[in-house]
Structures are given as structure tokens and as C-alpha cells.
Design a protein around this ligand. Structure first.
Ligand code: SF4
Length: 242
């Protein structure tokens, strides 16, 4: 990785899965706002409401070492009827895909990780880390309603690479089963990875390249109005909407 001199703290620029994915095409002003953690209007979490409920239920299904059961995916409050049906279907797929594995969820208890070599914070979900009674580790990325199909190598997933770097402190030095599951389509891909080797050989060089792209875009924060304005927390004060 490229070395930087600045220590990483709560004020350091942040990198999210969305920035990594959309660095080339995202509006420059919005990208700069996210990267520098500028305050903006709080975005709605409606798009992630079902996925968040599914994740919480899956995590609670593994409070102790146990296989997941449908009882963990009971009716929840705050969902529209259509969302409730998606939630229940996702729960059924979770039990189908992971029902033979007794594991305990590992609480990493944070939402961000510093990457000192790049002078940034990784801010965003780290998947669902779990381990079985023998200490074997697994990292589960649970998709609900994703447009991209689950196929091929789990490490092709930006979210999986991001999550693997985020859990490096827990998983480093061991092997881990990396899983990406689509809980709407009922698809699962998985791969055993030597965490340190994959981080050094694949994830960190890729991350350094993507951060370089983000920094190059931040240098020209010109507004680029388009469809993403509908989800932008930086509309206030944007010259494109003056
Ligand atoms: S409102 Fe639109 S043009 Fe303005 S910063 Fe947000 S995405 Fe860019």
C-alpha cells in the first residue's frame, strides 16, 4: 500500500462500499461529501429496512452456538406487508442455506476500521462474522434485493472484500470461509480463504487502487446532477439545484 504520514482518527477521510463501487461514475460533489464525512441531510434507511431486519434476525439466531431456525424470523414490526413477505422469504432461505451449521455470531462492536497505510477509515458493514464450536470462522455477506446476481468467486464482491479487510483484526492469521448469499434468489457462493494471504495479495492492492481513484475524483468536486440526486444528502447548497 501507499504509505501516508497522517494518523487515522475520527476526522480522517472515509471509504465506503458505495465509494469503492461507484468512484468513477458518482457525482463528484457527492463523492467528496461522503469521503470527507461532511454533514448533510440524514438519508432515509427505507431502502435497507428489510435487509437490516434480516441481518438482525440472523445475528440473533446465533446468540449462542446454534443452527438457525425459522423461529428467528418471526413477524417484525415496522414493515409494510410486501416487505414482511420479503423478510419471511429471506429468513426461509437463510435457514435453508445455513441450517446445517451451528455457529455463534461474533460481535465486533464497531462500524468502522482504520487503514493506517492509506490514511482512511473503512466505514460500513462488515458482514456477519460467526464461528463454530471448534473456532472455525466464517464471514457471511447477506444480500436482500441486490440487483447483481450471486455467482462466481465471493472475492469478486466489493462488499466481501471490504468486509474482509474490516474483520482483519479478528480473522487475520487464520483461514476463513467467505460466503455471499442472495436471500431472495436462494443462491450461495463460498470459498475458503487464507485471510492474510488474500488480504496481502488481492484485497489490499485493490483497495489502494480504488482509494487512489476516489482521491483523484475528490480533487474535482463538480456537481453532476442525475438520478442519484434523489438519494443525495448534500442537496442543500448544491449549485446544481440553486
Ligand atoms: S444533489 Fe445531485 S448534483 Fe448535487 S451533490 Fe447531490 S448528487 Fe451531486
Amino acid at each position: 500500500m501507499t504509505q501516508t504520514d497522517a494518523p487515522v482518527d475520527a476526522e480522517s477521510p472515509r471509504v465506503t462500499p458505495a465509494l469503492l463501487r461507484w468512484a468513477e461514475s458518482m457525482c463528484g460533489r457527492r463523492l467528496a461529501g461522503v469521503h470527507h464525512d461532511r454533514r448533510g441531510n440524514r438519508p432515509s434507511d427505507a431502502r435497507f429496512r428489510v435487509a437490516n431486519r434480516v441481518f438482525d434476525s440472523a445475528r440473533l439466531a446465533h446468540t449462542d452456538i446454534a443452527v438457525p431456525t425459522l423461529g428467528a424470523f418471526r413477524a417484525v414490526t415496522g414493515l409494510e406487508p410486501e416487505e414482511q413477505r420479503v423478510y419471511e422469504a429471506a429468513g426461509r432461505w437463510y435457514v435453508t442455506l445455513f441450517g446445517d451449521r451451528a455457529v455463534r455470531a461474533v460481535d465486533l462492536d464497531d462500524w468502522e476500521s482504520p487503514v493506517a497505510e492509506l490514511g482512511v477509515r473503512l466505514v460500513g458493514p462488515a458482514g456477519l462474522p460467526v464461528e463454530d464450536a471448534d473456532g472455525r470462522r466464517e464471514l457471511r455477506l447477506l444480500r436482500v434485493g441486490a440487483r447483481r446476481p450471486v455467482a462466481g468467486d465471493p472475492l469478486e464482491s466489493i462488499e466481501a472484500r471490504f468486509a474482509l479487510e474490516r474483520v482483519a483484526g479478528w480473522a487475520g492469521g487464520a483461514s476463513l470461509r467467505l460466503c455471499v448469499a442472495d436471500l431472495v434468489q436462494g443462491a450461495l457462493i463460498e470459498r475458503e480463504v487464507d485471510v492474510n494471504r488474500v488480504l496481502d495479495a488481492e484485497v489490499r492492492p485493490w483497495l489502494a487502487e480504488r482509494v487512489a481513484v476516489i482521491r483523484a475524483r475528490v480533487a474535482d468536486p463538480t456537481p453532476q446532477p442525475g438520478l442519484e440526486c434523489a438519494h443525495c444528502r448534500y442537496v442543500a447548497g448544491c449549485a446544481a439545484h440553486a
